[in-house]
Design a binder for this molecule. Sequence first.
Ligand code: NAP
Ligand code: GLV
Length: 308
Amino acid sequence: MQILYKSDPQRGALWQQWLAQHAPDIQLHLWPETGNPHEIEMLIAWQPPENMMETFPGLKALLSVGAGADQFDLSALPPDLPVVRMIEPGLTQGMVEYVTFAVLGLHRDMPRYLQQQRDARWQAHSVRPAAARRVGVMGLGELGQASLRQLVSLGFDCAGWSRTPREIEGATCFHGADRLGAFLARSDILVCLLPLTAETRGLLNHDLFRQLPAGAALVQAGRGAQLHHNDLLAALDSGQLSAAVIDVTDPEPLPSTHPFWRHPAIWLTPHIASQTQADSAAAALLENLRRYQRGEPMKGLIDRARGY
Ligand code: NAP
Ligand code: GLV
């Protein structure tokens, strides 16, 4: 089988080597080298090349190198072309680490203490146990569930919110737009791990922030276009929110003049919460290619109607 890779060249080179060793029947071409374009069956990319279907008429599936596939213009792709996102343990573990870091940092008042350090002010505030901190995770998929389980194990009072019903031991699960208000009302720290869809675009806005307990904090590791920047700044300025950890923005990169860079209550990271790890993802990729060869559905298949 011939497959084409168009993304970070270092990871591509590693995958090429790894597949040559573990699956010599699969040949991975590294863009811009394509072999015979008519023989390419799979394209693995973050951004596919222009005129993809014309150039690679035998394409059977488009695979994202990342957990999301919202970067693809699904409406421009043939409706029957399977689109598959990345599910692999390294990516999941990275997000668990980021969410844990952010929630612990907020729980232990670190934005406030870092400001006090800048002001050379020695002032203690009361310490709340994790059990007295209500954490809510929006999105209970691969990344949300793993992150929530870690937070449960740390003793936080945890809840989750998804589109359809989910069950996670130790956490209260809410689902659907009707239950969003009840979920938000018990989220002192709100973590967003939602995919970008028509329903979630712009969801983190004034109307949502006002339903959180006063002084709540936000962790945004979903997608930039879910967050309304001016509404976040207003919520921080009014005290409705106390702090925010922001990993994804729209646009990316954020212009150097943007107020997020210098806001004392915002920790900003450049979309690094989690990344596909070349070694663990190689095995996950091969497993999915074998599923395809056996005629089984690949893991991470995007449901075009749901948008994720
Ligand atoms: P996933 O497995 O597809 O899970 C998505 C979750 O969101 C599901 O629980 C789904 O509900 C829920 N959801 C979707 N639309 C919803 C809606 N309208 N209302 C309520 N819940 C809704 O995705 P994942 O692998 O966990 O990844 C989640 C997202 O994380 C990615 O799409 C990407 O945007 C982001 N991400 C960010 C980074 C980073 O570095 N910052 C890295 C990787 C991923 P159901 O369970 O009912 O389907
Ligand atoms: C990163 O944001 C990804 O989708 O993997």
